[in-house]
Design a protein around this ligand. Structure first.
Ligand SMILES: [Zn+2]
Length: 330
């Protein structure tokens, strides 16, 4: 393979992409920053194959906060987490077999005082003290009761007071609109129950990040079409798109998911935008971003890809120590 021109590679994949070789005599390919899956549930999967299949970091959006607090630091994949799902009394996902009681907290009191049973601040404090870097709430009107405005506002205030963003699972009725109006920072899934009005998309794009999770609808073409249309409009309006798969929800590949990448293409994202969605450090928006992943890179052998083989090529990604990669001269 001839050495690819670095300028061509960066025009296609973004300014972080660098042609390289893996080791002195190893294969040629492209170096990229570490990839993240921004929506997983580690208690439902064996995470060990993730790095070999391109995922260096994950964001767990619903699990047992104590199990994360006990997790040793410095492992691979790097794990950021929300801790438990916060939901209304009897709300989704309480009672689900995949959501044992230690993964759900019912918030029933908008109290901002700490230590109140069922209080908004109590629930946020618990996750924060277990090391959460984001708060996850459920607003699923298709599967039970959801928070009223007072509870929603109290949770957002408590989380923001601790410097934590809030991400919501929205499903049904006007839940996406409520999440946007309440100042939530992110949606855990591209909205998939209705096509959102253009002005609502504009407001979402101005203030939220959306985690894609398009491939979970692969067996339901009508729902898939709604989600793709919403993400296409959100991305076109300049919204921040985060790659995420909801790993743990059904049978999904443990690693970079070519179906998710293909659906992002369908939603109109170009190659550089797809790479940007994979390397976004959310929810760690601090200046040094993924400092815990310093020294870690993504290596994709071969390439640079053509438009047609982009998604399959990116799915060949693997996580490597940066020192293994010998960059071509720029
Ligand atoms: Zn999920």
């Amino acid at each position: 393979m001839p050495h690819p021109d670095p300028a061509t590679v960066q025009a296609l994949l973004g300014s972080h992409a660098v042609p390289c070789r893996r080791g002195v005599a190893g294969p040629r390919g492209i170096a990229l920053p570490p990839f993240l899956d921004h929506h997983v549930h580690l208690h439902l999967v064996d995470e060990s194959p993730l790095p070999a299949h391109g995922i260096a970091g994950v964001v767990d959006l619903g699990g047992d906060p104590l199990s994360f607090a006990r997790r040793p630091h410095g492992g691979m994949p790097h794990v950021a987490y929300a801790g438990a799902f916060l939901t209304a009394a009897g709300g989704y996902p309480s009672g689900r077999s995949w959501a044992p009681s230690q993964t759900v907290r019912e918030v029933t009191d908008p109290s901002t005082r700490p230590g109140v049973a069922g209080g908004a601040t109590t629930a946020v404090d618990e996750q924060a003290e277990c090391g959460a870097s984001v708060i996850k709430i459920a607003l699923n009107a298709q599967s039970g009761p959801v928070f009223d405005d007072a509870l929603l506002a109290a949770i957002v205030r408590a989380a923001h007071g601790r410097g934590l963003p809030v991400v919501a699972h929205v499903q049904g009725d006007d839940t996406a609109e409520r999440a946007i109006e309440a100042g939530l920072d992110a949606l855990a899934h591209t909205p998939f129950t209705a096509i959102l009005a253009p002005d609502l998309i504009e407001r979402a794009a101005a203030r939220q990040a959306w985690i894609s999770t398009l491939a979970i609808h692969r067996d339901d073409p009508a729902t898939h079409e709604i989600a793709v249309a919403n993400l296409r409009a959100f991305a076109a309006a300049g919204g921040r798109v985060l790659y995420g798969t909801d790993l743990g929800n059904g049978d999904l590949p443990v690693g970079v998911n070519p179906d998710e990448l293909a659906a992002l293409r369908e939603a109109g994202l170009d190659a550089a935008s797809i790479v940007a969605s994979l390397i976004d450090p959310w929810p760690d928006d601090s200046a040094d971003g993924l400092s815990l992943l310093a020294g870690t890179s993504t290596f994709v052998p071969g390439g640079p890809p053509t438009d047609d083989d982009l998604t399959l090529w990116l799915a060949l990604a693997t996580v490597v120590p940066t020192e293994e990669l010998i960059h071509d001269d720029l």
